[in-house]
Write a protein that binds this ligand. Structure first.
Ligand SMILES: [Zn+2]
Ligand SMILES: [Zn+2]
Length: 79
């Protein structure tokens, strides 16, 4: 499990400069989950998106999952 969180600011709800963008990466033998979360500590705004390797509706694309669906930044996926 690795986490990487940066402060990006520009909360869409309250305009706070403290909005954070966090990536969570979980992996075991068969399952890989990459999730993204934008969270604002000022107003509680939160949005999440998860990419799962066992998702049957959408094919797991590590390249797509490496970029935040909300702000587009990319993170290094390292173990
Ligand atoms: Zn906010
Ligand atoms: Zn982001």
């Amino acid at each position: 499990m690795s986490r990487e969180r940066i402060t990006i600011g520009g909360c869409p709800k309250c305009g706070s400069e403290l909005l954070t963008c966090q990536q969570n990466h979980f992996q075991n033998d068969e399952l890989e989950i990459i999730s993204w979360e934008h969270k604002c500590p000022d107003c509680g705004f939160r949005q999440t998106e998860a990419f799962r390797s066992d998702d049957e509706d959408e094919e797991f694309d590590p390249a797509a999952a490496a970029a935040c669906p909300f702000c587009g930044r990319t993170a290094e996926l390292s173990d």
